[in-house]
Ligand binder design. Structure first.
Ligand code: SAM
Length: 348
């Protein structure tokens, strides 16, 4: 059964929040899309943004006159109104229908709605709200089945008793943003190495946010979907921000270039003014795991030589310092960690 909601009487400005809530409720409770009478690009964008991040196939169309839409609609129509017949008396019949258009209003609706609707349905005969009416109607229509819908978005809320937990599908973000297979493979490799370095350092008693290391490593090069130049750092931060990722992750992306780019170097490279030096342990780990990873893992010696040629002596020495610092924290040379990872995972 295709379920589409028609939102009548949307007033830009005044109904911004409530129409957004009608749309989000329609999506969350299992409708396939929403059509809104008044053109509203901002509304389309904010609903589109939720769909983009949280998944599902939900569509939104605005600026569609109700007469035009209904003329084309092949299925049945339900009009939700406090004046209608009680939902409990008709929901069993409605469940047997094929496609269904659910009309909700804002203020007074045209009298014709009562005529064109196959059923005028009341969610109790008290006045309340289109959001509540729609939620209860969709709940009853799907017999609670809306709750089993899988959205498969890049973001997923993990139910927790207290606090907030969101799980991200980082590979899906890389794919959606248009990163090449090679970039995705590189990010996977950097993440595997960064996690291994973090684990070793963690074993020595240092507190490390492993989730941040993984997220930052997976996304450090997401900006390469836009450019392979140095600006991929800035683009990457922008993309990650769009997904609402915390500043901890944004900073890993921002500070991952080499062993860090100071203000002076940033100026020379044409980056927006600022210091791009890794500060936290998570930032240092990802930056260096990246230094030791191309299409394959490389030894520090090789990375150092490459870096010297590409970025100069000062930058290469900074990388050496970072390698030594992390090796000391891990209690062994990072090159050994790479070797062990290669033999354990059979990666090249
Ligand atoms: N007097 C209006 C009416 O026709 O129900 C109330 C307007 S209400 C602010 C906006 C929308 O909420 C209505 O167009 C209707 O779709 C929905 N609504 C409000 N109360 C409802 C109820 N008890 N049952 C079904 N829908 C309701």
């Amino acid at each position: 059964m295709v379920k589409v909601v028609y939102r009548y009487g949307h007033r830009i400005g005044r109904d911004k929040r409530i129409t957004t809530h009608v749309a989000l409720t329609a999506r969350a409770f299992g409708a396939d899309g929403i059509v809104v009478d008044t053109p509203d690009k901002k509304l389309e964008e904010s609903v589109g943004d939720v769909v983009n991040r949280f998944g599902g196939e939900f569509f939104i169309e605005t600026g569609v006159k109700w007469r035009d839409y209904i003329k084309k609609w092949k299925g049945r129509i339900v009009h939700l109104t406090m004046y209608g017949e009680n939902v409990m008396d008709c929901i069993d019949d409605i469940r047997k229908w094929d496609d269904i258009l659910i009309i909700v209003g804002s203020e007074k609706v045209p009298g014709e709605f009562y005529e064109i609707a196959h059923r005028n349905v009341a969610i109790g005969n008290q006045p309340h709200s289109e959001v509540a009416a729609l939620a209860v109607f969709l709940h009853l229509l799907t017999d609670g089945g809306w709750n089993d819908k899988k959205f498969e978005g890049v973001m997923e809320v993990v139910p927790t008793e207290r606090g907030k937990k969101i799980r991200y599908n980082y590979e899906e973000i890389l794919r959606r943003e248009g990163c090449s297979k090679a970039v995705i493979e590189h990010c996977r490799k950097v993440a595997a190495l960064a996690m291994e370095i973090a684990r070793r350092i963690g074993e020595k008693g240092r507190k490390i946010d492993m989730d941040a290391v993984y997220a930052g490593a997976m996304l450090h090069d997401v900006g390469r979907a836009r450019t392979h130049g140095i600006m991929h750092i800035v683009e990457g931060v922008k993309i990650a921000r769009k997904y609402g990722l915390p500043s901890k992750i944004l900073n890993i992306i921002k500070h991952h270039g080499g062993a860090g780019i100071d203000e002076e170097e940033a100026k020379k490279l044409g980056l927006p003014p600022g210091d791009y030096t890794p500060v936290t342990i998570e930032e240092m780990i990802v930056a260096h795991a990246d230094n030791l990873t191309g299409y394959r893992y490389r030894k520090f010696r090789t990375a150092y030589a490459m870096f010297r040629m590409k970025a100069g002596k000062k930058a290469a020495l900074k990388m050496k310092e970072l390698h030594e610092k992390l090796s000391e924290m891990a209690g062994e040379d990072i090159d050994n960690i790479v070797e062990k990872l290669k033999s354990k995972r059979l990666v090249k």
